[in-house]
Design a protein around this ligand. Structure first.
Ligand code: ZN
Length: 180
């Protein structure tokens, strides 16, 4: 039977999370494991919400859901643990977020901002304070991909300038002379 073990960590977001904080919030006898974070695989991940399980090497790992708002972390695990402290699976997911930038970026606005700002330069938006409203990130092959949210946004880089030039100055066809 599937259990539901829910834990809320108040006054905490991923940005301020440390290994010591994870350890302090674990159930008795559970310690955050350096290696555990590497066994975690995201099933679904978007900004401030993730569903995680173990990857192939740990198929018995139950599903852990993590979400956060401005001041709290919400964790839910399908294991049978009871109480209001983190189970080993929840602790492992939090360790993964500490260690792996490709996961952390979805929960850490500062890190996401840093990754996206580079990309935003091509759009002339590098000074924009709220990049989340212009760009989305997604995980593809364990790498962060940045995309513009609106197709109206066009990057200004060599590739797009060449394209624009081709539209403005089409390759001139040789003049068509009227044949007699
Ligand atoms: Zn659990």
């Amino acid at each position: 039977m599937q259990g539901t073990h829910n834990v809320i960590l108040q006054g905490l977001t991923i940005t301020s999370l440390t290994e010591a904080i994870i350890a302090r919030n674990c159930m008795n006898g559970i310690y955050p494991d350096q290696m555990a974070g590497q066994q975690i695989s995201p099933k679904q991940i978007e900004v401030d919400l993730g569903i995680f399980s173990g990857h192939k090497s740990s198929p018995a790992f139950p599903e852990v859901t993590l979400s956060q708002d401005a001041e709290s972390l919400f964790l839910s695990c399908e294991c049978e643990a009871v109480g209001d402290k983190l189970c080993e699976h929840q602790a492992a997911v939090l360790m993964a977020l500490l260690q792996r930038d490709e996961l952390r970026a979805f929960f850490d606005r500062e890190l996401r901002d840093k990754l996206v700002r580079k990309f935003a330069t091509d759009y002339g938006l590098e000074q924009e304070p709220d990049l989340d409203s212009f760009f989305a990130i997604e995980l593809s092959n364990k790498k962060i991909q940045v995309t513009a949210k609106s197709s109206q946004l066009l990057p200004i880089n060599k590739e797009s300038l060449d394209k624009l030039k081709a539209v403005i100055v089409p390759d001139a066809d040789p003049p068509a002379y009227r044949r007699r």
